[in-house]
Design a protein around this ligand. Structure first.
Ligand code: VGL
Ligand code: ZN
Length: 224
């Protein structure tokens, strides 16, 4: 499935039952960082502009932040003989190994300097257990440890979430899919994300799975 084949919601009105989830807009995922996502720099300003709109319409805005310790088992450097990009699946780590990225307290883990940090009502950190990766903003990859995001949104009576940020086929994808599991209406903002596309066809598979799951797609222009 390709981006151009998706049905796009033409018009969206934001209410206070809506939340914008801005996933992992951190230096390490932007070109020049440790795990750069191609074009990641192009979505910062439009995300800020949509965030402003959410703020005006009283929607809730949450940032997620990948936040790993040095001994995190998703890093190839913690597996002798392995390199970033190698396929690897062991429990809650995989399907590939990553370069060291988003180390707690480093510049790489900080939000991109152009991102408007004042927009966030809450920031959810994830990936701090060395043995368990956490792509989703809701659930760690063991599929049972919650980050608290679902409870936070439910306590605020949020019904619908909009997912954008990095990377399309990892943290945005898993956040959107888990959003459905937790009972939210999920809208994926396809022009406000960029993907890694490893292993092969990962983006296309993610789009297919999200469509089948009832996730909707929209663009920034759907709000303006
Ligand atoms: C991510 C790979 C490893 C992401 C985080 O934000 O999509 N991808 N850690
Ligand atoms: Zn990570």
């Amino acid at each position: 499935m390709k981006i151009k084949d998706l049905d796009i919601i033409p018009e969206i009105k934001i209410s206070k039952e809506d939340a914008l989830i801005i996933v992992d807009m951190q230096n390490d995922f932007i070109p020049g960082g440790a795990l750069p996502v191609e074009g990641g720099d192009q979505i910062v300003v439009p995300i800020n502009e949509l965030g402003e709109k959410f703020k005006k319409e009283k929607g809730i805005i949450v940032f997620t932040q990948d936040w790993h310790p040095k001994n995190h088992l998703s890093f190839a450097s913690n597996h002798p003989g392995k390199k970033p990009g190698d396929e690897f699946q062991d429990g809650a780590i995989g399907p590939i190994l990553w370069p060291d990225h988003c180390l707690q307290g480093t510049l790489g883990a900080e939000f991109h300097e152009t991102l408007d940090k004042t927009l966030a009502h809450a920031i959810i950190r994830k990936g701090y257990n060395p043995k368990v990766d956490s792509y989703s903003g809701f659930l760690e990859n063991d599929k049972k440890t919650e980050t608290g995001l679902a409870g936070y949104l439910k306590s605020l009576k949020i019904k619908r979430i909009f997912v954008c940020g990095l990377a399309l086929d990892y943290c945005c994808y898993f956040t959107a899919m888990d959003g459905v599991s937790f009972g939210f209406d999920v809208v994926f903002l396809i022009d406000l994300t960029r993907g890694i596309d490893q292993p092969e066809n990962n983006i296309s598979n993610a789009l297919e799975a999200m469509s089948s799951r009832g996730i909707h797609f929209a663009k920034k222009e759907s709000f303006f």
